[in-house]
Design a protein around this ligand. Structure first.
Ligand code: NAP
Length: 483
């Protein structure tokens, strides 16, 4: 079976920052894939816009080189590449000046969807939004796409929202969190709300606790300076992990539509208790065979965390009393993202003490080997009496779905096409982002006030020892991070 391609309406898409890293690495390769899949209408065009003094021909050469670098060989067909490049154009434009705007206005076609991707630093959002209006390039139906980071605290996120709101309605603003475009992340909703099996058990009566892990083996590498200004809390928790938490904890929305889904996610964020210092563990990878975090960050005194573990409480009827443990870090043992829902013990063991303690654990693997495993307790085979063991009911999506999963669009492909379709379900709403910062800000401010220093941890480990203690204190333990 081949993945279904849903046609979209004709469009002109402008990528501000069209010569930048994100555009070359992600946006144009994604558009190329959608073009090959037959999803780009015959007249649809994509404009790169930046200050560079280049024309269409130079720009096409630049994007051809980007496709050579970032699209796998097997997916690059010379005829398709040529046809795709024919759809690309370039306008030299200065976001903060008047250069190029009249030309862009003149090159836009009437009567088609106009979308504007702000793949530039957030300090330029206001200037772009203002000029799109002043030059009558934006229409009431236009969409704008903005990238993370969306602010670095509540005040800056509010300021950014206000800047965009001065020129665009909320229904026109698409805030990207690429995690929401991942197939397996969307699957969380299908799993929870498409099956009768899980939902009746999905609450604090049956769930002991939940673990959410996003572990990376890489360090901060070339992004050291940027990362040091953010840290794991801002770079991963406030956005990506918060989204995972929302999808796993939210109430069933009445419909799968943008506001119904986002209303429910917002309620989860607003129900988060403030964290106490003992519910937070921060870590920083030490030097091993390779330089440590502080060397990578270029600051021998850096107090930024490259690892964080949290014990989170959601104060609502569904989750009161069931903690959600969350951890993410760099230079850990394996690269793995998973959510584990650990169910409570059976209320009474009819098999006596010999049977041991057994729990059902539903593990949803986001990467690698996307899939899910349900740990089920059965009798140990053989004549040894009624001894129990846990065995996995295991499904790897690639085995179950075969080529269809491989052909599923990657996160950016899906999200860019959703922008053209006008579907905001997988984008963050302004109030959602602000609520996430409102919860995050006091935690970060607490560290700053206390001059908190992250605990060092060995590269290739599971993170700092204190992270183990966070669960040990509650009589629990982290699942092993394995690929
Ligand atoms: P980048 O490589 O520095 O590219 C910036 C782009 O903006 C260039 O095309 C640059 O071209 C253009 N630009 C800069 N000043 C301009 C101005 N005054 N007027 C018009 N164009 C201007 O940055 P990036 O890594 O692509 O990141 C873009 C945005 O995406 C940032 O907000 C970043 O935080 C976010 N983001 C990036 C990544 C990533 O992997 N790179 C991931 C997530 C989010 P000229 O200099 O020729 O004008």
């Amino acid at each position: 079976m081949v993945a279904r391609v849903i046609p979209v309406e004709d469009f002109d898409l402008v990528i501000f920052g069209g010569t930048g890293d994100l555009a070359r690495r992600k946006i144009f390769p994604s558009l190329y894939h959608r073009f090959v899949a037959g999803q780009m209408p015959p007249e649809a065009r994509v404009f790169g816009a930046a200050r560079a003094d280049i024309g269409d021909a130079d720009f096409r050469t630049m994007i051809r080189e980007a496709l050579d670098e970032f699209v796998p060989d097997a997916d690059r067909d010379p005829e398709q590449v040529k046809a795709f490049l024919g759809r690309l154009h370039f306008v030299t434009i200065d976001a903060t000046g008047e250069n190029g705007w009249a030309e862009l206005a003149q090159r836009m076609r009437p009567g088609v969807i106009r979308a504007f991707y702000f793949s530039v630093g957030p300090s330029l959002f206001g200037a772009l939004a203002e000029r799109l209006h002043k030059h009558k390039i934006a229409t009431p139906d236009s969409r704008i796409v903005v990238e993370k980071p969306f602010g670095r605290d509540l005040a800056s996120a509010k300021a950014l929202n206000a800047t965009l709101a001065a020129h665009f309605a909320e229904s026109q603003v698409y805030r990207i969190d690429h995690y929401l475009g991942k197939e397996t992340v969307q699957n969380l909703m299908a799993l929870r709300f498409g099956n009768m099996l899980f939902e009746p058990l999905w609450n604090s009566h049956y769930v002991d606790h939940i673990q959410i892990t996003v572990a990376e083996t890489v360090g901060v590498g070339g992004r050291g300076a940027y990362y040091d200004n953010a840290g794991a809390m801002r770079d991963m928790v406030q956005n990506h992990m918060m989204q995972l938490l929302c999808l796993i904890a939210m109430e069933p929305p009445a419909r799968f539509d943008p506001d119904a889904v986002r209303d429910e996610k917002l309620k989860v964020i607003r129900a988060l208790d403030p964290l106490e210092p003992h519910e937070i563990v921060r870590g920083q990878y030490a030097a091993g065979d390779e330089p440590g975090y502080r060397e990578d960050a270029g600051d021998p005194k850096s107090r930024t965390e490259s690892f964080i573990a949290l014990k989170i409480h959601i104060s609502n009827w569904r989750w009161a009393g069931t903690p959600i443990y969350l951890r993410t870090g760099k230079k850990l043992k394996s690269r793995a993202s998973e959510i584990a829902v650990v169910f409570k013990d059976a209320p009474h063991s009819i098999f006596g003490d010999d049977a041991g303690q057994h729990r059902n654990i539903l593990t949803i693997r986001l990467q690698p080997n996307e899939g899910m495993t349900l740990g089920v307790t059965i009798k140990e085979p053989g004549p040894g009496g009624m001894r129990l063991i846990d065995v996995p009911l295991d499904m790897t999506f690639a085995d179950a779905l075969g080529p269809e999963l491989e052909e599923a669009p990657d996160a950016y492909e899906r999200l860019i096409m959703d922008v053209i379709r006008g579907n905001q379900t997988l984008f963050m709403r302004g109030d959602e982002v602000e609520a996430a910062w409102a919860w995050t800000d006091p935690i970060i401010e607490g560290w700053e006030a206390r001059h908190d220093v992250p605990k060092p941890y060995d590269p290739g480990s599971n993170g700092p020892e204190d992270s183990m203690m966070l669960l040990h204190r509650d009589g629990r333990r982290w699942r092993e991070i394995k690929p």
